[in-house]
Design a protein around this ligand. Structure first.
Ligand SMILES: NC(=O)c1ccc[n+]([C@@H]2O[C@H](COP(=O)([O-])OP(=O)(O)OC[C@H]3O[C@@H](n4cnc5c(N)ncnc54)[C@H](O)[C@@H]3O)[C@@H](O)[C@H]2O)c1
Length: 438
């Protein structure tokens, strides 16, 4: 049993670095600063707003998570980023069009001071973006070494005690895991010979792990989800997690699907379509980038509904996901879900969901929580894949041979029980047997 006494305290400054300074990253940074200045509330963030029940119900112990667990304080966070587009965070936020002037202007000075470091970027992996703020190097290994240097310099310059990296950059093209990703040795050789199977996202992940920095992957790119980098993370004692922030439509799926299954209602089909007009939408308009996203979105229903175990209810349901780039909407996505369900004696019913969501508004608190929890995990001595952070991901990484858990409520229980366990508290099973037993 892990005792809370073995957890290193959150002293000093925590640097949060994001590859990518676009809609999500700038909304996250502007929001944290706005909360720090007392202008906003951190809505959507478990680390800032959620409570956790401890002990028996009769004990009435439900502290805030941030009071129970030693997390870094918002005031102790410093931000940095890499991006091939040289805009500072203020300009990038304005272009992203998520936050309104009344929210951006009061933190403009702070955002203008965040200027992206030159990125490791290659048009081959993200075709719809061009930028000149890009590193040069003979080999991919050279480039990754430059990222390591950036991390060290950022840490020293900002007098940080610890660093966490959260990938908030574009979705790369689909890459199948191959022998280049099988072991650390093969991965490093592949970097040295500029193998095409090694994408920029993997270089950031490698650099982070080599520097002992936890890495969270907000996009569906393979990145850290390879045996090589998992092995490296275990060897170096670094927590890693991914993939793809669970916002919008997929989050809804992981709420609704467990509800259908809990009541043993069948599913004939689930059709999801979206329109969005931000840069992410433009990148996803490229079929190669969309394929990466599609894989991440499609896996969800299958693992929750387990058609092999419930063939009568879930065998051969059809699942279609579409994303259409539609510029007038900007970051304000609209999603439609049509769900064909099956009830008693096979009678069909339909559920329609029309979700007018703001992608980056949903993603920003996830970035914050992942950064704070990953930093905490490292101080608590955890390493490798952090399955307890599956709660935040569309396509959660799981240990080899294990099915990822997609059900939001199981994920939430796992997250809270992990915190209880690490802090030396009893896990809660909701059994409440004392109530029925005489
Ligand atoms: N917003 C959401 O709800 C949500 C949910 C899940 C996943 N995501 C993912 O998060 C990522 C960010 O989304 P966004 O809306 O901020 O997109 P965005 O296009 O506004 O920002 C992405 C930024 O990454 C930069 N970039 C691209 N390649 C890079 C590289 N190699 N190194 C450094 N920077 C690079 C781009 O120049 C751009 O500024 C996307 O991959 C998206 O798919 C977003």
């Amino acid at each position: 049993m892990q005792g809370s006494s073995s957890i290193r305290p959150a002293t000093g400054k925590l640097g949060i670095l994001t590859p990518g300074l676009g809609a999500v990253a700038t909304t996250f940074m502007a929001g944290v600063e706005s909360v720090r200045r007392g202008h906003s509330k951190p809505i959507g963030s478990l680390t800032q707003m959620a409570t956790i029940r401890l002990g028996k119900r009769t004990e009435n112990r439900s502290p805030l998570i941030k009071e129970f667990v030693p997390l870094a304080k918002l005031d102790d966070i410093v931000f940095g980023a890499w991006d091939p587009i040289p805009d500072d965070a203020y300009t990038a936020a304005k272009k992203a069009g998520v936050l309104e002037e009344r929210d951006l202007e009061p933190v403009a000075d702070f955002l203008k001071a965040i200027k992206p470091m030159p990125a490791v970027f290659d048009n081959h992996y993200v075709t719809r973006i061009t930028g000149e703020n890009v590193k040069k190097g003979k080999t991919k290994r050279d480039l990754a070494e430059q990222l390591r240097q950036d991390i060290r310099e950022f840490k020293a310059k900002n007098k940080c005690d610890r660093i966490v990296i959260v990938w908030c950059a574009s979705t790369e093209i689909f890459i199948k895991p191959g022998p280049q990703h099988a072991t650390v040795e093969q991965f490093e050789k592949a970097m040295e010979r500029n193998d095409e199977a090694i994408s920029p996202a993997m270089l950031y992940a490698w650099a982070a792990i080599m520097e002992g920095v936890p890495y969270c992957n907000g996009a569906p790119n393979l990145a850290v989800d390879t045996p090589a980098l998992q092995q490296l993370a275990n060897e170096k004692g670094v927590p890693i997690s991914g993939k793809d922030f669970k916002t919008g439509q997929t989050w809804m799926k992981t709420v609704i699907a467990p509800g259908l299954k809990a009541r043993m209602l069948g599913l004939a089909g689930w059709y999801s379509t979206n329109i969005l007009g931000n840069r992410d939408g433009e990148v996803l308009d490229d079929p190669q980038s969309f394929k990466t996203k599609e894989e991440s979105k499609l896996s969800v229903l299958h693992t929750i509904l387990q058609p092999e175990q419930y063939p009568v209810l879930y065998k051969d349901f059809s699942h279609v996901v579409r994303i259409n780039y539609y510029p007038p909407r900007g970051d304000n996505k609209e999603g439609w879900d049509n769900i064909d369900i099956v009830g008693w004696m096979g009678y069909p019913m339909q559920i329609k969901i029309n979700f007018l969501c703001r992608d980056s508004i949903l993603a920003a608190p996830i970035v914050l929580d992942l950064a704070l929890f990953s930093d905490f995990a490292q101080r608590a001595g955890l390493k490798g894949i952090q399955e307890w952070l599956s709660f935040y991901y569309k396509s959660p990484m799981a240990a080899p041979g294990l099915q990822p858990e997609h059900d939001l409520f199981i994920q939430q229980t796992k997250l809270k029980n992990t915190l209880r366990h690490l802090m030396g508290e009893e896990q809660i099973t909701h059994l409440g047997l004392e109530y029925y037993q005489a």
